[in-house]
Design a protein around this ligand. Structure first.
Ligand SMILES: *Cc1c(COP(=O)(O)O)cnc(C)c1O
Length: 357
């Protein structure tokens, strides 16, 4: 039986994407060849890469605005390093907002390159909210933020206005909600949270911000190289790019980001309403900053955990244990998770309440 998969990443993808990508492993485009055994320079794969890059810009409404979409490797973690390498000037400084474990990871890498100012941090409160009052130094080379904090279940609802380039790690909420994406100069996202399988990272970068550091950048780390080589500087993650393309096509058919946003809001409302109503549970993120993607919550009485865990496992739910650094529960409701799966979880929480009282 197919599970209700709440995994935080790698995560659920649409069933039709699994089926189509499985087919391509056996016989890609009726070529008599598997997608796993063809050249990335073949006509069929070049078409995949071109369509995937174009579709990213179309779905984000970034077409004709000076952006380039790239499919790179090394995960979002590689971008923690690639961003300062490409944007932090010699003797310049970077500014970062610290909203969680991933943001802190990005800050650590930037510090290896130069002065790095943390404009605000919610670490003292175990990252249960997004800091709102802070000032971004006007002379910093860029400002970096994390739109959705996968581990702590918080999400930025507003983004600051600043004249310096804004870089955003959108790994866990890209393509989930409408935003003015042109506000950002560089967006990156590991595919495995909301776009495809692990192995590929999406970067959408405004080309004019590149080439200003005065630093020699090794080719593999240089965004401009990847742009010049049309995201094929070296062998791309062929299968991961293809599966991401299938997911983007699925999203487009659903009405793109406006279409999925409505569904995501309905899912989040359903679950948070139950977390707040049910006397056995408590949400861990401050209400106004709650993520529509990752809902984090605890049992008020942790001695009930074994009984609750049995109930949701029996209901076919998978992957709602909290991150090992936080504990409790985390229900990740990425684009491909159906509303019906959220209803199953809510039903389990209500059933649990009845068995306890
Ligand atoms: C998962 C995650 C990362 C790390 O991604 P990798 O692809 O494993 O390097 C970075 N940032 C955010 C927000 C994440 O959710």
């Amino acid at each position: 039986m197919k599970k209700h998969n709440y995994s935080a990443g790698p995560c659920i993808l649409p069933q039709e994407v699994f089926e189509k990508s499985a087919q391509a492993v056996l016989n890609f485009n009726n070529s008599g060849l598997s997608i796993l055994e063809i050249s990335h320079r073949s006509k069929d794969f070049v078409a995949v890469m071109e369509e995937a890059r174009a579709l990213v810009l179309e779905l984000l409404d970034l077409e004709g605005k000076g952006y380039q979409a790239l499919f790179l490797q090394g995960g979002a973690s590689m971008e923690f390093l690639r961003v300062p390498y490409n944007l932090l000037k010699e003797n310049g400084k970077a500014s970062y907002l610290d909203t969680g474990t991933w943001a802190a990871g990005a800050i650590k890498e930037a510090k290896a390159f130069g002065e790095t100012i943390v404009v605000a941090s919610s670490k003292g409160e175990n990252y249960n909210h997004i800091p709102k009052q802070y000032e971004i130094p006007a002379d910093a080379d860029y400002f970096h933020c994390t739109s959705n904090n996968t581990i702590f279940g918080t999400q930025m609802k507003d983004f600051p206005n600043t004249n310096i380039p804004i870089v955003c790690d959108m790994s866990s909420d890209i393509f989930s909600r409408q935003l003015d994406f042109s506000k950002f100069d560089l967006i990156y996202a590991g595919a495995q949270k909301n776009m495809g399988p692990a192995g590929v990272t999406l970067v959408a970068v405004k080309e004019e911000i590149l080439g200003k550091t005065g630093r020699a950048i090794p080719n593999i780390l240089n965004y401009q190289q990847h742009i010049d080589k049309e995201s094929m500087y070296n062998t791309p993650a062929v299968f991961a790019v293809y599966t991401s393309l299938l997911t983007l096509q699925w999203l487009k058919n659903l009405g793109g980001i406006p279409g999925i946003e409505k569904i995501n809001e309905a899912k989040a409302k359903l679950l948070y309403t139950e977390i707040d109503r049910n006397p056995l549970f408590i949400g861990t993120a401050v209400a106004e900053d709650r993520s529509t993607m990752n809902a984090t919550f605890l049992l008020k009485d942790e001695t009930q955990a074994a009984a609750f865990d049995k109930l949701w496992k029996d209901a076919g739910i998978s992957g709602i244990s909290g991150h090992r650094s936080v504990g409790g529960y985390r229900a990740s409701m990425y684009n491909a998770l159906p509303l019906e799966s959220v209803q199953v979880l809510v039903d389990v929480m209500q059933e649990f309440e009845k068995t306890i009282s």
